[in-house]
Ligand binder design. Sequence first.
Ligand SMILES: C[S@@+](CC[C@H](N)C(=O)[O-])C[C@H]1O[C@@H](n2cnc3c(N)ncnc32)[C@H](O)[C@@H]1O
Length: 189
Amino acid sequence: MTQIQSSSSAEAILAAIETAAETKFLPIIGPEKGRLLAQEIRRANPHHVLEVGTLIGYSAILMGKEMQSDAEIVTIEIHRDEAEEAGRNVVRADVPPKITIITGNALDVIPTLQGQFDLAFIDAEKTEYYLYLKLAENKLHKGATVFADNAGIFAVQMSDYLQYVRRSGKYNSRYIPVGEDGVEISVKL
Ligand SMILES: C[S@@+](CC[C@H](N)C(=O)[O-])C[C@H]1O[C@@H](n2cnc3c(N)ncnc32)[C@H](O)[C@@H]1O
C-alpha cells in the first residue's frame, strides 16, 4: 500500500486560499465542512473521485491530501480562468493523486467520462445538483459516496436533489449541519 504523507505545500496553499476567501468572494467549502469532506475521503479511501465545481482547486487539494498516489480526481470547472488558476494551485500543492481538471459545463462533460467513481463531490450550480447526479449515477457503483455541499443554505434550490437522495430508496442519505449550512452525504445502495 502507498504511504500517504501530508504535503506541507498543500497545507500552505489551502491556508493561503482560506485567507484570500476572508476578503474576496471565493466560495470554497472552507475548513469546517472541509474537515467532514476529508473525513469521508479517509473513510471511503477512493481511487477514483469526481468533483463537480473546481473553482481554484481548494477542495481538490483538500481531498488529494488524503488520497493515495495511484488514485485520480477528475474535477470539472465551467470557467477557464478558475480552471487555469486551479491548475497552478494543484501543481504547487503536489498532492499524491493525479488531478485532472476538465474545463467545461459538467452537464456536457459528465456523460463523456469513462469508468466508475468511488466518490463524487458536488459543489457547482445548486439548481443542477440533481442533473449532475442523474448524469453520473451509472458511473457510481454500489457503496459509492456522494457528498453535496451547501445542503443547508441552498436547500430550496437543491430540493429536487435532496428529495431524490432521501426518498428514492437508491441512497442511504444523511444531512450533517455545520454552522448555518450543512452537507448531505449519500451512499449508493
Ligand atoms: C462553490 S464553487 C466550488 C468550490 C470548490 N469546490 C471548493 O470548495 O474549493 C462552484 C464552482 O462551480 C462552477 N460551476 C458552476 N456551474 C458549473 C457547471 N455547470 N459545470 C462546471 N462547473 C460549474 C463555478 O464556476 C464555480 O467555480
